[in-house]
Design a protein around this ligand. Sequence first.
Ligand code: XIL
Length: 456
Amino acid sequence: MKHRRVLRAAVTIAVTGALATGMTMVLTTGASAGTTLGAAAAEKGRYFGAAVAVNKLSTSAYTTILNREFNSVVAENEMKWASNEPQQGVFNHSSGDRLVSHAQANGMSVRGHTLLWHAQQPGWAQGMSGSALRNAAINHVTQVASHYRGKIHSWDVVNEAFADGGSGGRRDSNLQRTGNDWIEAAFRAARAADPGAKLCYNDYNTDGINAKSTGIYNMVRDFKSRGVPIDCVGFQSHLGTSLASDYQANLQRFADLGVDVQITELDVMTGGNQANIFGAVTRACLAVSRCTGITTWGVRDCDSWRGSDNALLFDCNGNKKAAYTNVLNALNAGPGIPTTPPTTTPPPTDPPPTTPPPTTGGCSASVSLNSWNGGFVASVKVTAGSAGTNGWNVSVTLPSGASVTNTWSATASGSSGTVRFASVDYNSRLTAGQVAEFGFQGTGSGAGMTPTCTAS
Ligand code: XIL
């Protein structure tokens, strides 16, 4: 708490200074790198949250990590319709209230999840249809959003209302069958009940530009044009072993409609790419100024709904994983949210640099090794030069007897002698100074490798 207050004060002073001088300013405090996810995100004007199973708040191993690392929470199940309106008109907010109290006592913001969804409905609603269901649904939105009025940062007003596959249309559900306008009716009811909460539409399989995300994009554009109150779009981001190359571009196109975007349920399949994907998602969010926060769907691997996928940032013993380090580093390296629009102040009068910047920047690579007797894992950082990259290649000459057995986030040609690693679709394009990471595992000794990087 104390730490957060100090940060907020420092940021306020910096912003005031920037406004006074009419400069565009970016919230990169620079002086201190955040040492926890929440602090690092806060320095960049964002939150970093976790989905919480409320009954685990009494497990100290769990709560220790939650309180140390996260500054936002969302109830994994306890604010869903089946949980808080088990009988029609009979509301039970005890678990949700417990989470809100915990958040308030620890300086965390709260995401509300979710007012309406086709899944996890109470039995009584599952059996309803037509205007009876519509009325019950809108009453649910009104009652729940009113109960939490003033306490919720962002509500997932509607969850998962679009169909998978190529149609780009709505998912069939009892709610959808009450009429296509059920979503906007829900948003209007939520706004009336809690005017201070940001109102989000939330969905999955929207991790790039595809038929489903485009269907949602068109709905948001339509809502904005007609004044339907929508403030944000949540991208669940339950991810597998690769990340769409247009993940960031997709976030940006929504932001360009005038809504915030949030990564709301992030978890990633375990395996060689996990840490890289977590890092790439974090960088994508930070590169989009309207991406206001990231939530992982749980705390430790064993808390995750994805079972043996080991999909989170902490292992079952609460240890930080490589994915954690990538996220923290990405948060600390990323840009802050611009706090003022570009201004018309005259250009700086500093003399031009005496040595012009190079016209082609190439790239550089460095390797760090984790070795054991008979094997190693090499982590390679590729840094784009001043021209950025459309693609890159890193060549590494292995010591004799060593060979590559496994590669992630790059494509290897050859396995011994000089091995060439080429960028893959999601990390080819780097802006000047941007860093991509890939890795490989080998047998033998990896000592003394010197990578060389070429950019295209
Ligand atoms: C999941 C919870 O994690 C599980 O505990 C529960 O059994 C099912 O729901 N998309 C969502 C979340 O919006 O609410 C889901 O949460 C995961 C997928």
